[in-house]
Design a protein around this ligand. Structure first.
Ligand code: GDP
Length: 195
């Protein structure tokens, strides 16, 4: 229930601008256009929640949404923008690794991957960053409505298989904001991670 009470707190260019490191938080990551904002909106049940992350000039920010009981959702900057200049991309890598390395209250990472192109180089890099501290990860194979049930199920199995050596830490599910599919499952994961 508390998951439905998310509200925008602040948007910060660097991890050091985040609120005090106590309580519990779950971060959302994904290639730009993977469906991360739609997933955040759907999971929190609040339309337009993640809209602020798309404000020009803030696409490289970490956006903090507050939940009751010192819990937070963190919308990490989308990655994989072809347009992003190398210096900014480097800054992105530094910000993410610093955040993962130093943030005690971080409990889990949600990675949105378009079910039609999962496990891109950027996704694998993100998984490596998370692996450095043994952070639990839930992969959402988004836009599952774009594939038939058979094809969706096959992709799910293929992604699970590719990560099977880390199956205790990295879990994978189908997700669609429009169908909707897998919303309760994703909510349960997020809530459990911050219980
Ligand atoms: P973000 O850049 O990762 O935050 O992605 P968005 O959530 O903004 O979604 C990118 C595009 O994919 C938008 O045009 C969305 O309408 C579309 N999209 C997002 N989720 C779904 C979904 O579950 N199904 C379908 N068919 N389209 C989706």
């Amino acid at each position: 229930r508390w998951l439905r009470q998310a509200s925008f707190l602040k948007s910060v260019p660097e991890p050091k601008g985040l609120p005090a490191d106590f309580g519990a938080e779950v971060a959302f990551a994904g290639r730009s256009n993977a469906g991360k904002s739609s997933a955040l909106n759907t999971i929190s049940g609040i339309n337009q929640l993640a809209r602020v992350s798309k404000t020009p000039g803030r696409t490289q920010h970490l956006v903090v949404f507050q939940l009751p009981g010192e819990r937070r959702l963190i919308d990490l900057p989308g990655y994989g923008y072809a347009k992003v200049p190398p210096a900014l991309r480097e800054a992105w890598g530094r910000a993410i690794t610093e955040y993962f390395e130093t943030r005690n209250s971080l409990r889990a990472l949600i990675i949105a991957m378009d079910i039609r192109h999962p496990l891109t180089d950027f996704d694998l890099m993100m998984l490596d960053f998370a692996g450095l501290r043994g952070l639990p990860v839930r992969i959402l194979l988004t836009k599952a409505d774009k594939l038939g049930r058979g094809a969706g199920g096959n992709t799910l199995q293929a992604v699970r298989k590719a990560l099977s050596d880390q199956a205790e830490r990295i879990s994978v599910q189908l997700f669609s904001a429009t169908a909707p599919t897998g919303v309760d499952e994703a909510r349960a994961y997020v809530a459990e991670a911050m219980a």
